[in-house]
Design a protein around this ligand. Structure first.
Ligand code: SF4
Length: 507
């Protein structure tokens, strides 16, 4: 195609699908007069995995709405559907011959390698509050940096919930106040999440997915997940107005009566760039300062964003790519069929998987203490679970899944991200959830046909890995208790039965 005269002297900003904000990195300084924008949808990426359809729909629709917003601002946007990202860029260069193509530092290791290979320079990303270089400088010289130290550093340097040099209320961390089980009125206590009516673009994307990504699964989108910045901001306002006061207290609770509880469900928007971490933390702190939200809620939320989320982000860059292949507990079981939809009589697992199927989302405790816990105590290959979670949740991304699943949930990194294995028996699930009363299994039993699989596998886990964890101060007591069991042999025998049924899809 002939190059248009107006193309001369224009730089292309290549915007990736999880950088959908006008103010991030390379796009921040761009103007319609000086820059063109390139957005590439990779067909291979979409068709390569069994994505939850709500996740695929969210990403593709959000990209297309962002393209429309940039065009409305006056940008010329080259929006390409290509087999691969590289082919999309090559076609763009052939058609437009830009003087230069630049991008913001991508959020995944592979994407950074790809851009380097394609000769695309990047500018420093400010999508997160902490650049990995700054994290490296902070952690240099610390023997074993801890998330809590990092969090306090973040609080002080970013100025959240600080009264001078001291934390608001005199305590840095109010997590101990945030472990209540669900209240009796959980079914009606919180409003249903806002929904947007699906429009022509949603229908167009769903038709596109049906043609190009036949592996998609799960319930179709119902408008719960916003696909634009305006929609994401509306979700932020909803959270702050209706849910924030209860967020902290019931942060860890699980219940059949409410799939969302008082959770913000803002992570997909933060991860795609539709929201930025500062604006959500600013909104939450303002509620606290105005006396409309208690400190345990504001602190719990802000810790999730400036503490845990940024810690995970920086841990990813510290450890990748080696962190993908670790397997400290030598776990080699194939992903059990129940994760792929086979029915199970474990009421808690069935309930959580039903939520994932319906919404592509469940909060951090069902992820960690039900789905992750099951894989951990059963010895499932950690990368298999990581990929499954990455594909199944609307907020999935490699940077969040590798540290969270490989590291914290599966202990595959040997304790680099978390300092203990998050193994739990039926007693924990019963304390924080409400499935056990109607389950075919008995959460208090570890042997026999009715024994709760979590309880059996929990004890078996500490018997199998006693050597490794006997000197870990956070779980040494569990190892000691497992070794003291009078029925240890019967537990091992029952665990073998449970694992055989788990593999066969008959548990
Ligand atoms: Fe889950 Fe065990 Fe409780 Fe059943 S008894 S719901 S399997 S924890």
């Amino acid at each position: 195609m002939t190059r248009a005269r107006s193309d001369a002297g224009r730089t292309t900003v290549w915007v990736l699908g999880d950088q959908l904000h006008r103010g991030i990195g390379a796009l921040a300084e761009a103007t319609p007069a000086t820059h063109r924008v390139l957005v590439v949808e990779s067909g291979r990426k979409l068709s390569s995995a069994g994505w939850h359809v709500q996740r695929a729909h969210l990403i593709v629709t959000a990209m297309r709405r962002f393209v429309a917003e940039l065009r409305a601002e006056g940008f010329e946007v080259d929006h390409r559907l290509a087999a691969t990202m590289g082919e999309g860029l090559a076609a763009h260069r052939a058609e437009h011959a830009p003087d230069a193509v630049v991008a913001t530092e991508p959020n995944s290791h592979d994407a950074r390698l790809l851009l380097a290979r394609l000769g695309v320079p990047t500018v420093r990303s400010d999508q997160f509050l902490t650049h990995p270089d700054d994290f490296a400088a902070w952690s240099a010289g610390r023997k074993a940096p801890k998330m809590e130290e990092f969090y306090r550093w973040q609080r002080a340097r970013l100025g959240y919930l600080m009264d001078g040099d001291e934390p608001a209320g005199g305590r840095w961390n109010l997590d101990a106040d945030n472990r209540e089980p669900a209240p009796d009125d959980a079914a009606t206590r919180w409003p249903a999440p806002p929904r947007d009516a699906l429009d022509d673009l949603d229908a167009e994307v769903l038709a596109h997915l049906a043609r190009t990504a036949p592996g998609c699964w799960g319930a179709p989108p119902d408008g719960t997940w916003a696909t634009s910045r305006a929609g994401a901001l509306a979700r932020l306002r909803h959270f702050v107005a209706h849910l924030l006061p209860d967020f902290g207290t019931f942060e860890d609770a699980m219940t059949r009566d409410s799939w969302h509880l008082a959770h913000s469900m803002l992570s997909p928007y933060l991860n795609l760039g539709l929201l930025r971490p500062r604006e959500v933390c600013d909104a939450v702190e303002a509620e606290y300062r105005a006396g409309r939200a208690p400190l345990n809620a504001a602190e719990g939320f802000i810790r999730q964003v400036i503490g845990w989320r940024e810690w995970v982000w920086c841990s990813y860059w510290r450890d990748v790519p080696g962190s993908r292949g670790v397997n400290a507990l030598a776990a080699h079981r194939a992903l059990p069929p129940l994760y792929r939809g086979e029915r199970t009589e474990m009421a808690c697992v069935r309930g959580v998987l039903d939520d994932v199927h319906a919404h592509g989302w469940t909060h951090h405790i069902p992820r960690l203490m039900v789905l992750g816990n099951l894989s951990l105590v059963a010895g499932v290959e950690p990368w298999a679970l990581t990929e499954w979670m990455w594909h199944s949740f609307v907020d999935g991304a490699e940077w969040v899944m590798v540290p969270n699943v490989m590291g914290m949930s599966q202990y595959a990194d040997g304790g680099r991200v978390g300092t203990k294995p998050y193994a739990a028996g039926g007693a924990y699930v019963d304390r924080m959830g409400d499935w056990c009363a109607d389950c075919r299994y008995d959460r208090a039993r570890r042997t026999g046909d009715d024994a709760c699989p979590f309880t059996t596998l929990y004890w078996d886990f500490f018997l199998r890995h006693g050597e490794r964890f006997a000197r870990n101060p956070r779980v040494a007591r569990q190892v000691h208790a497992a070794r003291a069991l009078a029925d240890g042999d019967a537990v091992r025998a029952r665990a073998a039965e449970v694992l055989a049924r788990l593999d066969a899809g008959t548990l």
